[in-house]
Ligand binder design. Structure first.
Ligand SMILES: [Ca+2]
Ligand SMILES: [Ca+2]
Ligand SMILES: [Ca+2]
Length: 113
């Protein structure tokens, strides 16, 4: 679940065509994400469309500006007849995680103005 704690926990992947979920392997081995641990991959909002949702283990520090490379592991995702023969690295991940407050400190620093 996305929890707005300032640490990314999901990556929504859009594929070049609709995939057949039943012919694909959608789990924590489907993708690797640079710098993160993939905990799962699911079909996302709709079955048998061109989107899948990667769930990440949170990094432990604020990273809503991260755009990690995503690798689709060979032979994991199929359109029903064909699957990728070799790993594909995607470098165009877009930052769509909004900023979140991770700290707020009170001050009294107006110098009497
Ligand atoms: Ca989070
Ligand atoms: Ca889907
Ligand atoms: Ca962001």
């Amino acid at each position: 679940m996305s929890d707005n704690d300032g640490q990314i926990d999901q990556i929504l992947v859009t594929l070049s065509e609709a995939i057949t979920d039943g012919s694909s392997t959608l789990n924590n081995t489907t993708f690797t994400v640079a710098g993160y641990t993939v905990s799962n991959t699911t079909t996302g909002a709709s079955a048998n469309d061109n989107k899948v949702l990667i769930t990440l283990t949170e990094s432990g520090s604020a990273d809503t500006d991260a755009t990690p490379n995503v690798v689709l592991v060979a032979a994991k995702i199929s359109d029903g007849s064909s699957a990728l023969a070799s790993d594909q690295t995607f470098t165009g991940t877009t930052d769509t995680a909004p900023p979140a407050i991770i700290a707020a400190n009170t001050l009294d620093d107006d110098c009497g103005t």
